[in-house]
Write a protein that binds this ligand. Structure first.
Ligand code: MG
Length: 160
């Protein structure tokens, strides 16, 4: 068995009048991430972690934000395509661990729904998906509520 690890990071500026969608789950918020797609920072970080573990580059190479095809797109569809590329390499996700950094809203109550959704998208058991949420202690752009960020680590396995 070959085991690979990948990490991903994403950050989006927060703006009024944008929906806040995290791991495919809409969270009530006065502001949401600005971006070319639906700007789901969790899925973008997970996609980069998947691509990284499989040695397939990064999200910008596969889904350029200059391509009108991806304007406003559901990032779940991008995840599906990234997962296809990972499977083509013979790899299967084993687990994913996510850390969301946002000053507000409080994400604690939304973590179970995100976990469930991400597990379904990655075809994983819920105990193989972990969602962590924290603030930036008021420091910097994230701490001032001007941005939201996410880190993700993914494990892949392939039969040798
Ligand atoms: Mg992004």
């Amino acid at each position: 068995m070959i085991v690979r690890i990948g990490q991903g990071y994403d950050l989006h500026r927060l703006a009024a009048g944008r929906k806040l969608i995290l791991a495919g789950v809409e969270v009530a918020s006065e502001v949401g991430p600005a971006g070319h797609s639906d700007a789901d920072v969790v899925l973008h970080a997970v996609i980069d972690a998947l691509l990284g573990a499989a040695g397939l580059g990064d999200i910008g190479e596969h889904f350029p934000d200059t391509d009108p095809a991806y304007a406003g797109i559901d990032s779940g569809l991008l995840l599906e395509q990234a997962l296809d590329k990972v499977w083509q390499g013979g790899y299967t996700p084993v687990n994913v661990d996510v850390t969301i950094i946002a000053e507000k809203p409080k994400l604690k109550d939304h973590k179970p729904a995100m976990r469930q959704r991400l597990a379904k998208m990655l075809n994983l058991a819920e105990d193989a998906v972990n969602i962590k949420a924290k603030t930036n202690e008021g420091v910097g752009e994230i701490g001032k509520g001007e941005a939201i960020a996410c880190w993700a680590v993914v494990g892949l396995a392939r039969k040798n």
